[in-house]
Unconditional design. Sequence first.
Lengths: 439, 317
Amino acid sequence: MRDQPHFLPRLQLQSLLDLLIAEDYQCMGPQIQSNAIVFKPFSQVTALTQGITDYQDAGHYRLQPYDSPRNFHWNCSAQLLKPYFFQAEQVLWQVEKQQDGQLVFCQTQSHQPKRAFFGVRACDIAALKLQDQHFLHSEFVDDHYAENRRNNLFIAVTCSKAGANCFCHRTSDGPAITDGYDLLLDELNEGFLLQTGSDEGERLCQQLLQTQVLEIASSEQQQQADQSLSQVRQTLFDNDDQRLQSHQSDQSQPPQFKAQQQSQQQSQQQHQQPKHLPFDPELIRQVLMQNLDHPHWQELAETCLSCGNCTSVCPTCFCSSQRDIPELDGSQAQHVRQWDSCFSQGHGYIHGYQVRGKTQLRYQQWLTHKLVNWYEQYGRSGCVGCGRCVTWCPVGIDFTQAAMQICQDNGQISGDRVRGDRVRGDRVSKDREGGHNDN
Amino acid sequence: MAQRIPAQILSQHSDADVTVTSNAATDAYADTTNNGKANVDTNTRLKVAVHKFASCDGCQLAFLNAGADLLTVNRLFDIRHFAEAGLLDNRPLIERDIDVAIIEGSVCTAEDIQRLQQIRDSSQRLITIGACATSGGIQALRNMADAQQWLAEIYARPESLSSLDTATPISQHVKVDLELWGCPVNTEQLLHALRNLLWHSLPENNKDKVCMECKRAGNICVMVTENKPCLGPVTQGSCGAICPHHGRDCYGCYGPAENTNTDSLSQRFSGFGLLPEEIARKFLLINSQSKPFLEEGKKWHNQLTSQPQTSDKGLRL
């Protein structure tokens, strides 16, 4: 499985860092800030997270001590690549008023340094591909995104644990990292298995070999890494089964979405319901779109704050709004693009008319675009299973549970299907072909 | 006095600018008002008056804190009255011919009502700045209490005061053309609005939640990581999410956002262990008279009064 793996002893991680710095890379790595793991520039490995892990649940994120020298034993940072490439705020162009009253427009150019990202995960890579598809590979190339995407090096790390909100196995985006990286690390206590995935990665690897930083990985080390990955995969599926059993035993109860009223403990029990999606394109497309009048949408709307946190942390969401920031004297103005959200007022506003005034319609837009209409646009779902939208929802709405609830109540999903069996479109019941309810 | 310094700056430049007939700023105004004719006399500058009602003056300070931009403001506008900055228009209110009246503070006395009406009658446009002017401000907490009793408890000679039992937003008395929320408003917000006025446009109506700004700023959610009862998800932005940026929970000083779900948020606060009185206090603070906050606050307050609490921090509203 691992093609010619090398071994990078833990003490030599700094050598890799030094090499990259010598090659003018700005290194970005996981560090702790405001009780969460964020990505910031660093030049010493001591700045990296170490002896720490994360615990994530719906609307809940905590860092916990972890008795190990590992730097990457956590699942999903608050944000990772999106803010660096699709910037939260970006000046697109400037306009200046000349003496004679003429307006002169110029496109702003930002020049980014070469950047190396340490600790990129399978879900992050999958999301990056989707963002690339939108900004780079569609009819119009986004110059600003393209500029930000130049000269980046991705040092991916295979997840060594599965978080409670992780479901990359459901979207086929993880937990194994198969491509999209320059260097791939599998973290063991004593160091890292290292593989290359690009010419640049190979070149760097050769340099490390020349300076005798790398060793040959032993078969035990390879075995350990393989076992770790299998264990992660197993945990992901075990979590499914546990949640499914819990969900089935709760079937008689009404859909429970008032997590807010519950204590921490109760809330955790509630989150043991299915968290994974029935990621079958046909199932999702037909069932969700045929059930836009399902009562569960209204229940969701009663809980949803329409605050846009989910879309902001989603690594694939790409919606933006634009505004002008004029100088006070009116002599010039900047035209700024900023992250928008389908939960905002402006997103649903067309000239003189608000098409998504209510939260229910905004939630439907978010969920159906991500899981249904994304197929039309980009040939796959827009969800990569990172679970950020679940973790960072202030009221703990579980996106996957929302989709499950609507599908399941229509008898669409049996336990087998949830466990991963493919469901054919012709098996989808047609008995609830509800129209779009615009109320 | 510190606040007089900008006043001097303003008056000095006011004199100097009379001779300036062509600059980018006045041209910008001329373009939209005189069919592109340049060299507009500076007397065509919009005449501005800043008035204070019951307030702490913080919003006027946001104006005065504009620094060097104040010079530009003075070049672009003809500031006729701004007592905090030392500029007084001594003509009777009703005789003043003002283009833009900027109002800080809420209506707390009978005299306020009369003065406000006169300001409105003599002004083309009226803009309110800050929480007091837009939703009553913190002094509006008395709207839910026995104001006379409060007066009697606090003042040695309450009969010497003549205040209304309520503090009310400006829009409850006269037509308001633009409301700038915030406690206090910030300088950028104010200058942006002024700039737009010169173009005869309104600044974009940013009623999006603080969360949007917070996430754009790269902050970490204090609700999710620390269970802090943050009002960001129901509060409108423009503040730059400064409280969460510094690790504290938003207290809603910019007023309610559009499409708020205060019920869900306060249920969450309850889940964090907040008592009904604490939840009521979250909503009934700076923007207590804004409808969504008032309703939500009252709901929890009523729960409090129907079920007496043992806490000694009783909410006296």
